[in-house]
Design a protein around this ligand. Structure first.
Ligand code: F6R
Length: 251
């Protein structure tokens, strides 16, 4: 794992977008990028919208979608992506799991095949405060492929801010599995705020365990983690020094 610790919160999105852009340019725009929703990538998408990068050959594939919400639903991840990125940046093709399906297991299988056929070159990730990545909650097998998952209460509560009330937050989602995510050639994870500090410490310094799904990333050959000081606050002093130095070098 490699990591950078930025000085100011606003630099987090700029650095993460720059890394993503470097990869798009390195591959002449012919690549597949895995995308995430939630607060973590919001600043990155803002940077992307402001830029005039040609993404007409870039394919995108999202990590997850709530079950029971149609693509047009205001809180669906389809709508989130449209609002924050797809309306402003033209991609070759963009995929998300279909949440309003009669057979979510079949949709999961279809999506797993699709993701593997596309082959993800770079996967953008956030991390939940309980260590989840995508919607792989604690206890999920490291071997899991795209599947239907029940969201934990803490995840539903964390995501309530996007809904009117807790009861409106769907209980289930279709999510890429941990083994699906591990197939990505490169992984770029972004985390900010003290809310993520414990999960970040466990992911980077704890033992690899299904109790903290993000620890699987320790086994990936090409992971870059971009942190602000608050998210990095529980890391060892040595890890903090390394992360700050990596950022100085990058600047
Ligand atoms: C979203 C996703 C989730 C989020 C995580 C963090 O597609 O896969 O794993 O990345 O819940 O959420 P935020 O960024 O809102 O703190």
């Amino acid at each position: 794992m490699k990591w950078m610790i930025v000085e100011k919160a606003e630099e987090l999105a700029q650095v993460t977008y720059q890394l993503l852009k470097n990869e798009i340019e390195r591959q002449d725009g012919n690549l597949t990028i895995g995308l995430a929703t939630g607060s973590s990538p919001l600043g990155v998408y803002e940077e992307w919208r402001k830029d005039s990068l040609d993404c007409s050959n870039v394919t995108t594939v999202n990590l997850d979608e709530y079950i029971g919400l149609s693509p047009e639903h205001p809180q669906s991840y389809h709508t989130f992506m449209k609002t924050h990125l797809f309306d402003a940046v033209t991609f070759k093709q963009s995929y998300l799991p279909i949440g309003d399906t009669d057979d979510a297991n079949q949709e999961s299988e279809r999506y797993e095949r699709l993701v593997r056929e596309l082959g993800v070159d770079l996967q953008l990730l956030g991390i939940g405060s309980n260590g989840h990545i995508a919607f792989n909650e604690p206890g999920t097998s490291f071997d899991a492929t795209t599947h239907v998952t029940e969201l934990t209460e803490s995840t539903r509560e964390a995501n309530q801010r996007f809904f009117d009330q807790l009861e409106d937050v769907p209980s289930h989602a279709i999510t890429m599995g941990l083994s699906t995510i591990m197939e990505a050639k490169k992984i770029l994870l972004v985390a900010s705020s003290a809310r993520k500090a414990e999960a970040v410490r466990d992911m980077m310094e704890g033992p690899a365990t299904i109790d903290c799904p993000a620890t699987i990333l320790q086994r990936h050959a090409d992971v870059m983690i971009v942190l602000d000081e608050e998210a990095a606050s529980l890391l060892s002093e040595e890890a903090k020094r390394t992360g700050r130095a990596a950022y100085e070098n990058f600047k």
